[in-house]
Design a protein around this ligand. Structure first.
Ligand code: TYD
Length: 201
């Protein structure tokens, strides 16, 4: 069985969601069963927590704990069963987002996140993480054109700069897992970069 756990990451407005359908098609064309999911969310309870997380103001540590609560449920109900059945799991965000947003941008201590990561995930880590990277001005410009922004999308340039720095730091620390996609290119070229990564899996 050739299961794989693939995650997509990047700042709001980096454009990762645009590529999900293409990634699923490319993997299915290669004969894989694909389970596509997202965080926060992915389960009935997780989607209810997502509503709170995206719209209710709360302490950054409360936010961190709720992200991991949703993640625990997601792993138990969706990710582990799918991987055990031999499927490819494609998750729109996972724990790197907690490092980037709650630690990088909101100042939660990294050690606390590491403790929760070990508790909730054990040895589970993504096999591959595609990081959609764009300059902060570009992501903010894209967000301005988007629909009604959520709590995170209303933040300022300093917040997004910290997110981008933490993502790039994590990519540098985990070079075999991360594939950094330059998402500041025409859509067609970003798609080609994404498909090139998928073809190497
Ligand atoms: P996002 O994935 O961008 O969905 P959409 O495209 O529908 O806006 O939204 C999820 C938000 O949650 C995003 O702003 C990042 C944030 N988030 C965290 O702050 N920490 C986390 O651990 C996760 C998974 C997401």
């Amino acid at each position: 069985m050739t299961s794989k756990f693939i995650t997509l990451e990047g700042m709001d407005g980096a454009g990762k969601s645009t590529h999900i359908a293409n990634i699923i098609s490319a993997l299915e064309a290669r004969g894989h069963e694909v389970v596509s999911t997202r965080e926060p969310g992915g389960t009935v309870l997780g989607e209810r927590l997502r509503e709170l997380l995206l719209h209710e103001p709360m302490h950054a540590e409360t936010e961190t704990l709720l992200m991991f609560a949703a993640r625990r449920e997601h792993i138990a109900q969706v990710i582990q069963p799918a991987l055990a059945s031999g499927a490819y799991v494609l998750s729109d965000r996972f724990t790197d987002a907690t490092y980037a947003y709650q630690a990088g941008a909101k100042g939660v201590e990294i050690d606390k996140i590491r403790t929760l990561e070990t508790w909730v995930q054990g040895a589970l880590q993504p096999d591959v993480t595609l990081l959609f990277d764009v300059p902060v001005e570009v992501s903010m410009q894209r967000l301005l054109q988007a629909r009604e922004p959520d709590k995170f999308e209303r933040e300022n340039a300093e917040f997004f700069t910290k997110i981008r720095q933490m993502y790039l730091q994590r990519a540098a620390e985990n070079p075999t897992r991360f594939r950094v996609i330059d998402a500041n290119q025409p859509l067609e070229m970003v798609s080609q970069s994404v498909l090139a990564v998928i073809s190497t899996l």
